[in-house]
Design a protein around this ligand. Structure first.
Ligand SMILES: [Zn+2]
Length: 164
């Protein structure tokens, strides 16, 4: 698996430079499909994730569309609305698993995040309530850039590098 890049835009574009070695010669390298749920009430949908390959170091990079989390079906737009919504039925079990993940991860995030998005409460639910006031799809790449942490875990290989 290559590097995953979080898109800052509604469209996925080619990275300006290789996020591993800095080389600016990057070629298209096909794509893969993955499932995502963009909003509560919508069915899961297959989206095409473009891949690129660095000519120099040969590392592949995929650019995740805005709002999509690595390895997770539900988008940040869904989580923003429903992470703590106990009434939501369709994704109840998955949301419960995501909540557990959030609550487990939050202590590390809290230590690492500093004041990047204002001073956050120590407790996971309060932290979520404060962060969800923001555009979480935009917060996530910003957070990765500034701290190396994402909203739902530390992904060593992720970066939110600028794209064309
Ligand atoms: Zn490279």
């Amino acid at each position: 698996m290559g590097v995953q890049i979080l898109s800052r835009l509604g469209v996925c574009r080619r990275p300006l430079v290789c996020v591993v070695c800095g080389c600016d010669r990057i070629h298209g390298h096909g794509s893969y499909d993955r499932w995502v749920v963009w909003a509560i009430g919508l069915k899961s949908e297959l989206v095409e994730v473009p891949r690129y390959r660095c000519v120099r170091c040969e590392r592949t990079m995929s650019v995740l569309p805005y709002g999509i989390l690595a390895y997770r079906l539900l988008s940040l737009m869904v989580l923003r609305e429903s992470l703590y919504d106990q009434e939501e039925q369709r994704w109840r079990d998955l949301l419960r698993a995501y909540r557990r993940g959030w609550e487990k991860w939050y202590a590390k995030l809290w230590r690492g995040i500093g004041n990047v998005f204002g001073r956050l409460p120590r407790e996971a639910y309060g932290g979520w309530e404060q962060l969800r006031e923001l555009d979480l799809a935009g917060v996530n790449p910003e957070l990765v850039d500034q701290t190396g942490l994402s909203l739902f875990g530390r992904y060593r290989i992720h970066t939110a590098a600028r794209t064309f």
